[in-house]
Design a protein around this ligand. Sequence first.
Ligand SMILES: [Mg+2]
Length: 370
Amino acid sequence: MKIASIRTHYVRVPFDMGAPLKDMGGIKFPTMDHLLIELRTEDGLVGWGEGFGHNAIPATKAALECFVAPWFIGKDAGAINALHREAAQAFHILGRNGPVVYALSGVDIALWDIAAKRAGVPLHRLLGGARRDHLAAYASLLRYGDPQTVARICKKCVEEGYRAIKLHEIDVAAVLAAREAVGPEIAIANDVNCPWSVAEAIEQERALRPAALAWLEEPVFPPEDHKGLAHVRARGSTRIAAGENAAGLHDFRDMFERGAIDIAQPSVTKIGGVTEMLKIIALAEAHSVELLPHCAYFGPGNLASIHIAASLAKDTMLERLYAAFAESPYGKSMDAHEGRIAVPQGPGLGIEPDMALVEKFRWGDPADIT
Ligand SMILES: [Mg+2]
């Protein structure tokens, strides 16, 4: 069935992280922003996708509206693998990472939503089936910067039932305060978002050892320095995670071949959608690397991540940004209860957005590509 139209919705949803946040480089979080992609086929089926994200949304939206969405109009919505390959080739000259690929990722997610709806099954059934109806989630805290605040929020997470927490702290004191607050039984990871040289990362990994981290995420800048990351991993004793900034399957191949990471973290809204995720999952298995999807959003990309994680052979935790919403287009469907998130069982992604709330939180006009 042919793709008839693609509509973009930019929504900005207010949220609460429990305390004031520090900016993380160029990323600011005044609101939780999403680019929702509504894809319609000629016979009236609607699929939802999401392209990354946050401050990059105006650029992703422009890429989608100017040339990515028009390319897909009139093409066969059911030929996902072929379209994925052809689109990647058509647009490679415009960038193999960043807004162009984020836009392609969003369309790919919407096509998988439609494929599962057409089959009348939840997406995880098309991905091989899910043995579990809930996923363990880890609370992913943004950067508070203050050890006392970090300790207080970590305790709150544990009270709410989380057994694993990820910090985004660059100061050792804040990380040690988290460990002190929750004791030895709770898993704590730390995501530093690429601040250090290789030499600095080796030093910091050593300083962080008393916190007994479950993993250290993206210690090295630039993220494409896989050789440097492999050096940090070889010199340290903490497991190393990375991948949210990778450019597709081949970047992961390079990381795996160099022995750079213990945990691969592809992001479905950044890496090329569900189709690219499936390739990376297979490759990670071939290299005995654990896979934990990056999932720092609350739209169709989060739902797709839940279905993907649910379909894996091994139990995998889901990243759940520690943010509370009074209202959001997807309601409470991605909330964790006792540290667990339910796997949607409806057709496709399983949850449809509340269009009244999409209207309420809309930023700018929707664009229609036909
Ligand atoms: Mg990260």
